[in-house]
Design a protein around this ligand. Structure first.
Ligand code: FAD
Length: 482
């Protein structure tokens, strides 16, 4: 199970006391019913949205408890120790501080170190394409595949950029002039209509698959929204930074700054509300508060029974919204064989492995490194029933095809298929055809005393760590009536 391979869970003593059933600081145990004092909030889920909401609510004077189903905080952001190094199992890469502003702000506030990705300071090429059986460093694309193919790629990127013009306001893509028409179209048809050269077409499909989901499952209006959000953001500002000590250090920093308890292994099964407040059931206990903040992915929202039932528009959105599938296999190699070719570990491949990159450039104590094999969309959905062992053999074999001789440096590997993790069941939200116009902002307003946060509720950075954090900030201001 993914939760048990997350490496060393960073659980402060308070969690251990909580787990062994001892009452803790800000809650009082009365006949099995746990009451919070003064203004009280219960946060469901200890991913970045939940942790941010809890932190911000405490800043506003609320007593907060967090209930988390898994045995680790951080949600879809996690870190795994492999040998002397560590790699990222979920959300990893951040855009520059002008883009992912809130991630940078909290990292600074909590003093969590961020580092640049890549080997640019050593003059090493960032990565390579592996197409039609050839490994070609990024910089040699034009000379290897020819000027016409390069022009075709430029045509694709220009068309993606132009999509931004169709969405005047990124906070309301559903109100764009041609919203209905664009939303009915899917990205596969859109790419087909561009009549790209085959290599450019493969790379275009790969881009959509990796960033969102299989192109036929992605709405063109959704893609236009994303283009609008990223309008005027240069390539050199995208996916440029990660946490030096892993995402778990960032999640732990939140926990260190939150006074209330975090109950791990407390899956919420029921939330009842009336005019007095909410009663939340988890792990056989009932927790009472004024409000609840639900941050769980929509893919697992149906594991919670709401009394009364959720409003119809929210239930429909939860039932229908599309999540992309994304799997990371972390592979520890005893040698960074890619550096022998003067390329970083990035590979964009036409093999079903999809993408690779190195997660350990700044961890220079050893000659080895952790390479991430990242597969998305159909490439990973088609392997949904494969065992972890079979997935590892498959990824290592594909890397051997791209980098002959690499398999002999294999040390160990670990699979993180989030769409089959019990409390996640998906990668991240990627609006499918027809879904932006139907479900936009479905979780922006509360259902009575139940508020919603999570990457899926943001109006800009949906599917990003930044979106999760922003949603946690937004929900705290909503609850506080600011
Ligand atoms: C493979 C992969 C790669 C990614 N790469 C990047 C990247 O490079 N950069 C980036 O910005 N973003 C990336 N993301 C996206 C990013 O990780 C997410 O957007 C973000 O972590 C979501 O945070 P969240 O708090 O909304 O949800 P989550 O992190 O999913 O938190 C929700 C929490 O709720 C818990 N939960 C579920 N049900 C219950 C229940 N009934 N009771 C109690 N708790 C429950 C879950 O266990 C989980 O801990 C990636 C995601 C994946 C899957």
């Amino acid at each position: 199970m993914l939760g048990s391979t997350q490496g060393k869970p960073m659980i402060p003593a308070i969690f251990k006391r909580t787990l062994s059933g001892v009452a803790i600081s800000s809650v009082i145990l009365i006949s099995g019913l746990v009451h919070a004092k003064q203004q009280e909030a219960i946060v469901v889920g200890a991913g970045l949205a939940g942790l941010t909401a809890a932190y911000e609510l405490e800043q506003r004077g609320y007593d907060v408890i967090i209930l988390e189903a898994r045995d680790v905080v951080g949600g879809r952001m996690g870190t795994l120790d492999m040998g002397d190094q560590h790699g990222e199992t979920g959300g990893e890469l951040l855009d520059s501080k002008k883009v992912h502003t809130e991630m940078f702000r909290y990292a600074k506030k909590f003093k969590v170190e961020m580092v640049d990705v890549g080997y640019w300071e050593n003059g090493i090429e960032e990565g390579a394409y592996f197409i039609d059986g050839k490994l070609v460093p990024y910089g040699d694309f034009k000379s290897e595949f020819g000027r016409p193919v390069k022009r075709e790629m430029d045509r694709f990127w220009n068309a993606v950029e132009d999509l931004a013009l169709l969405v005047p306001d990124h906070t309301r893509p559903d109100l764009a002039p041609d919203a209905q028409v664009l939303d009915q179209m899917n990205m596969q048809d859109w790419i087909d209509d561009l009549n790209l050269d085959p290599i450019a077409k493969t790379l275009a499909e790969h881009h959509v698959r990796a960033e969102y989901d299989e192109p036929h499952d992605v709405s063109v209006l959704w893609m236009a929204h994303q283009s609008k959000v990223y309008e005027n953001v240069g390539d050199n500002k995208i996916e440029v930074v990660r946490f030096m000590d892993g995402g778990r250090a960032f999640a732990q920093a939140y926990v260190d700054h939150i006074d209330g308890p975090v109950y791990l292994n407390h899956a919420v099964t029921k939330i009842r509300q009336n005019e007095k407040g909410v009663v939340v059931t988890a792990a056989g206990h009932k927790f009472k508060a004024d409000v609840a903040v639900v941050t769980v992915p929509l893919t697992v929202l149906n594991k919670i029974t709401f009394k009364p039932a959720l409003p119809a528009d929210k239930q429909a959105a939860a039932d229908n919204l599309n999540y992309g599938s994304h799997t990371k296999v972390l592979i520890e190699y005893s040698k960074r064989f890619w550096l022998d070719l003067n390329v970083g570990g990035d590979t964009v491949s036409d093999l079903p492995i999809g993408w690779t990159w190195e997660s350990t450039e700044r961890q220079t104590d050893t000659t080895g490194g952790i390479l991430i094999a990242y597969s998305s969309g159909d490439f990973t959905d088609n392997q949904i029933n494969w065992s972890d062992a079979a997935l590892i053999v498959d990824k290592v074999a594909q890397i051997e095809i791209m980098y002959p001789g690499s398999a002999k440096y294999f040390e160990s590997a670990s699979v993180h298929a989030w769409h089959r993790e019990e409390w996640i069941m998906g990668g991240f939200l990627a609006y499918g055809p027809g879904q932006v116009t139907q479900h936009w902002n479905a979780f922006l307003e509360p259902a009575g005393k139940i508020y919603f946060a999570g990457e899926h509720t943001d109006d800009a950075y949906v599917g990003y760590l930044e979106g999760a954090v922003r949603s946690g900030m937004r929900v705290a201001t909503q609850i506080a009536g600011e």
